[in-house]
Design a protein around this ligand. Sequence first.
Ligand code: SF4
Length: 501
Amino acid sequence: MYLSKSLYCNAIQCNKMLWLEKNYPEEKEEVANDSVLDNGTEVGLLAKDLFGKSIDIEFNKDLNKMIEDTKIALQKDKVIVTEASFNYNNNFCSVDILKKDNDNYELYEVKSSTEVKDIYLHDASYQYYVLTKLGLNVTKVSIVYINSNYVRKEKLELDKLFNIEDITAIAISKLEEVDNKIKEINNYMKQTEIPKDDIDMHCVKPYDCPFFKFCTKHLPEQNIFNIRRMPNRSKFKLYHEGIYSYDKLLNTKIDSKYKQQIEYELYNKEPHINIDKIKEFLNTLSYPLYFLDFETYQQSIPEYIGIKPYDQIPFQYSLHYIEKENGELYHKEFLSEANIDPRRKLAESLVNDIPENVCTIAYNMMFEKMVIRSLAKQYPNLSKHLMNIHDNMKDLMIPFKDRNYYTKDMHGSYSIKYVLPALFPNDPSLDYHNLEGVHNGSEAMSTFSNLGNLSKEEQQIVRNNLLKYCELDTYAMVKIWDKLESITKRKDELYKKIELL
Ligand code: SF4
């Protein structure tokens, strides 16, 4: 079996994943896991600058060409080579950064993550094994990763942005383990029948496996893995005890909120609406009402002053507002230009659009509050107004989080992406699927990050898509609030009628 470092790491997570990848690639599903993020190319390119001038081995589908180019590059006594490529006995690897000093070599594996995960140790140890077996004297093995505490100043300081952790001792201690693992993989891959390995925590750790659906097809459609917010460890424990169907789960001691999801879906129960509690929540709101939603993006390498790696940088907001009872609905919005620091203009626009001492409503307000706090910290002259918005914020998620309004179609979730279609199942104007180009927060994030690479005409179209998406977020909040208002009012009217009788 021809192995690469990523295939080896897949097998560290699960041999069957590798087997399915080879024999049933069509069963692989799209999963948003961190494995792509961890190996971000932008970070890899920048980390190379830490070491000064280097020779880069260009990628070639013909791996032998890369290996030959590496040999030529390593003819120098002292040299830094990036993507230096080697093959020992069908075990291939490209080393992110290889530093040669006469007969000694230092190996650096670059990750976009802000911590050294266990899987990286396996990754680097595999490379150490390949190079050592080829007779290279590797004196140092290190992981280069992002320092999450680094705050960008005027200039980017690479030595502060990156942490370098020496893991040489671990790589040496794993030499035999790597050798055994490679033998195990080669034996495993000879199987002709689908391997019977069962699911467990390794299916979600370190990364969500793209074959999970395939490996759980023996389960009934309504099974424990559909239960929201139950920890994975509890799910796998119950699964191995044979308790995974909804009816068995109902007869088990599990939290009442999980049972509620199961009962509603299993017995097709009518919605649960606690009018008094909803009214209690609505009484905490007061006119004028401002409905606010931010879109943010993240940078592994902070481009702007005061930003840390992976900080949430707001680039857009939508704001719907109603000034008085039965008043009209108005809309305002902000979307930054591409390739500039969006924060200052966004903060100024926000304090212009939302007066002090008004009730601002967000859905899952922790996020909006976090964004506002960081803007207030960054811009002291806007801080008082921003913090006033922050302090007067209310969370529309509360009635749903507290399950004072619950329907089977919420599937145990109180996220707006579940609540909205559950409350308005047949309203195409509230269906995110009907939007062009941008349908969720991560699409908004990647769309905005790429905006600067587009032509003016393309930017216009994409900006319009972003505006429509964010507008729907706050319009959806208005509709949800309105629905809560109307059901509580209906009850009041009913009481009045009864009193008149
Ligand atoms: S779902 Fe689990 S058992 Fe199946 S291939 Fe993936 S990690 Fe392995």
